[in-house]
Write a new protein. Structure first.
Length: 145
């Protein structure tokens, strides 16, 4: 198998994966004030939530992703973000938004939302290439919808 990601019908997965997604949504929507509150509402342990929260996400209802959100930590050096932008262009994706926090300790947190329509479908390859760049400390796919 070449890819890192699979699209799986949730009916074959243990229910706690779906409950982790529900807990994340409760927190995002403000319907739960803490992780403890969210996991109690959906009926899973805090351990299950923390173990899977970064690895389980819901795809949009159309199942063909139109947008991906990527979070990364970059060294605060000239050209690092420019290289990331060039990689996105190389894979024929369009950038919707870039949000960068002010650098602290010579590191900057950046979140980029990209339009997947019209791209070459190489999202995983793009993420791998981003991770290999000098000055890139962390790259994480937050979600696809």
């Amino acid at each position: 198998m070449k890819g890192k990601y699979l699209v799986v019908d949730k009916s074959i997965l243990p229910t706690y994966y779906e409950k982790v997604v529900e807990a994340k949504k409760l927190l995002e929507d403000g319907k739960a004030k803490s992780v403890s509150d969210a996991v109690n509402q959906v009926g899973i342990s805090r351990n299950s939530y923390y173990k899977y929260k970064d690895f389980v996400m819901e795809m949009g209802s159309e199942s063909r992703g139109k947008r991906a959100v990527i979070s990364m930590t970059l060294d605060h050096e000239p050209g690092v973000l420019a290289r990331i932008i060039n990689i996105i262009a190389k894979f024929s994706y369009s950038i919707w938004t870039i949000n960068q926090n002010p650098p602290m300790n010579d590191q900057a947190n950046v979140v980029i939302a990209i339009d997947l329509e019209g791209g070459d479908g190489g999202l995983e390859g793009m993420l791998t290439e981003m991770k290999e760049q000098a000055g890139v400390l962390n790259v994480r796919l937050i979600g696809v919808e």
